[in-house]
Design a protein around this ligand. Structure first.
Ligand code: URA
Length: 233
């Protein structure tokens, strides 16, 4: 059982003081009964809680999808740069959100932001093999040699990268699929062929693809179906 004021703070992002005022104004009902006491206990699994007659949807965790623009770092705080958390709407900011996985400052595309640590571990752990696909542009023509190298696994300073698929789309453009996420991995993999990555965008994680209608800088909650697509492989 949880205190009603804590539940409303967590779900709607109000401060405790604001919730106290809301309760005193008799705007909250639990199972049809007006509640004014901040310490009234509720069962979030069973009780029907309303504010101004609107049901409060109880969410233990939130899962947000962002189409990351360039210029933002994948961190919760940074002294120098803007962070992806700055693109999160105010109403979610009372939660302990963090980016589930890193994209470089100049990388764009699919980024997940959540407060569910277990979920983040599940999709990021190399042991779970959730594939991540990227659209890549490099400054020299792509070659069969690169494709074969990626398939075998590229040797970097910190060990061999697992086999990854490189699908050549055009002279300079390819799709790369990774199942691990090392620091600057794609840039370093192409670096072994003296190629420089000029554009990098994450397109998908698991079977979930960046929604077409989500423009750069836009963010929204994932649906349950989308969430399960991410974990599929
Ligand atoms: N590989 C990189 O080099 N950078 C990214 O942002 C993601 C994968």
């Amino acid at each position: 059982m949880d205190r009603i004021d804590k539940v409303i703070c967590n779900q709607l992002g109000f401060t405790r003081k604001e919730v106290k005022r809301i309760l005193h104004k008799k705007r909250v009902e639990v199972n049809g009964q007006i509640i004014v006491d901040s310490d009234y206990k509720v069962d979030i699994e069973k009780d029907d809680i309303t504010l101004d007659n609107q049901k409060i949807e109880i969410k233990e965790y939130v899962y947000l999808v962002l189409n990351k623009p360039k210029g933002y770092v994948s961190a919760t705080k940074d002294n120098k740069d803007k962070t992806v958390l700055e693109l999160v709407p105010e109403k979610y900011l009372h939660r302990d959100l963090f980016p589930a996985g890193r994209l470089d400052k100049d990388t764009t595309g699919l980024m997940l932001i959540t407060d569910d640590g277990v979920f983040a571990h599940e999709i990021l752990s190399p042991k779970k093999h959730v594939p991540k696909t990227y659209l890549v542009e490099i400054d020299i023509p792509l070659t069969k040699e690169m494709q074969e190298g990626f398939q075998k696994g590229i040797v970097l300073k910190d060990g061999i990268c697992k086999a990854s698929a490189l699908e050549i789309l055009d002279t300079y453009q390819a799709k790369v699929t990774l199942t691990e996420g090392r620091y600057h991995q794609i840039k370093r993999m192409f670096g072994t062929y003296q190629a420089k990555v000029t554009e990098l965008k994450r397109l998908s994680m698991g079977n979930f693809t960046l929604p077409k209608d989500l423009n750069e800088g836009e963010i929204r909650e994932l649906t349950k179906e989308e969430l399960s697509l991410i974990k599929e492989r």
